[in-house]
Design a protein around this ligand. Structure first.
Ligand code: FPP
Length: 247
């Protein structure tokens, strides 16, 4: 039996975020360079996006490149940027076939011009799709995002557009790059690491965290279904007591 059969279609998370980890270790286990692992990680991206869209997930955010990843060896950074361009180019068809809209969050200005161009083209070409949004976090870090929001708000106060009293959680949130999406209810990290690594810190305040032992290139549809079943078996209380939760 597949975990898919146990999924309650009426209680799906709207938004799933994934920290795709373990490409390097997967390659090392096979005596290959780290970039070999990244290349194989693309298949997991495709399978995850297809199965999430089929199930009816509305938003899928993938941590593809963190601000800290710029500090990796130059050759790996370049290979990742090339892979990103090739993948976007090749997978636009998958996005069309599955009615998926591509979006991106992060410090996109810091990406190489060719990567930015390919990304923006794919974003424009898929803008009309509405089954699911796939959001790539690129050159993203949560602390950057939060500091950036604070800077924009400070400028608006300095220009008398808003007053300090207007600043509340809603206003702050509307200045984050994730302004267009609901918060993820489920955050998955692969590779057995139990860390958040500067990803969506504000947005995961109430998310359920799921840690898969699988290395990202081994992550398949069934692993996504298993994570969703696990999520659905949890009780989300949002600070209330069990008795207060209406089932
Ligand atoms: C983490 O594994 C993975 C990355 C930093 C890159 C993720 C990129 C892809 C899966 C390929 C392209 C993606 C898209 C969305 C087109 P790691 O290198 O940190 O692995 P390790 O922890 O084993 O070293």
């Amino acid at each position: 039996m597949s975990f898919k059969d146990s999924i309650d279609k009426d209680r799906l998370p709207q938004h799933i975020a994934i920290i795709m980890d373990g490409n390097g270790r997967w390659a090392k286990q096979r005596g290959k360079l780290r970039t070999f692992g990244h290349k194989h990680g693309v298949k997991s991206v495709r399978e995850t996006a297809e199965s999430a869209a089929e199930l009816g997930i509305k938003y899928l955010t993938l941590y593809a490149f963190s601000t800290e990843n710029w500090n990796r060896p130059r050759a790996e950074v370049n290979a990742l940027m090339r892979l990103l361009v090739q993948t976007i180019n090749k997978e636009v068809k998958t996005l069309h076939d599955n009615n998926i809209k591509l979006m991106a969050i992060g410090e996109l200005d810091s990406l190489p011009a060719v990567t930015r161009k390919e990304l923006n083209n794919a974003i424009d070409e898929t803008a009309h799709h509405n089954r699911m949004s796939m959001i790539l976090a690129l050159s993203y870090s949560s602390r950057w995002e939060i500091a950036n929001a604070a800077k924009i708000i400070a400028k608006r106060v300095a220009e008398n557009e808003i007053s300090p009293e207007d600043i509340n959680q809603n206003l702050f949130e509307s200045h984050l790059t994730t302004n267009y999406f609901p918060d993820p209810e489920l955050l998955i990290r692969t590779s057995g690491e139990h860390r958040i690594s500067n990803f969506l810190l504000w947005q995961i305040a109430y998310a359920e965290l799921y840690f898969s032992p699988k290395l990202w290139p081994d992550f398949r549809k069934e692993d996504l279904y298993e994570a969703i079943v696990d999520y659905q078996n949890r009780e989300r209380r949002f600070g209330k007591t069990s008795e207060q939760i209406i089932k």
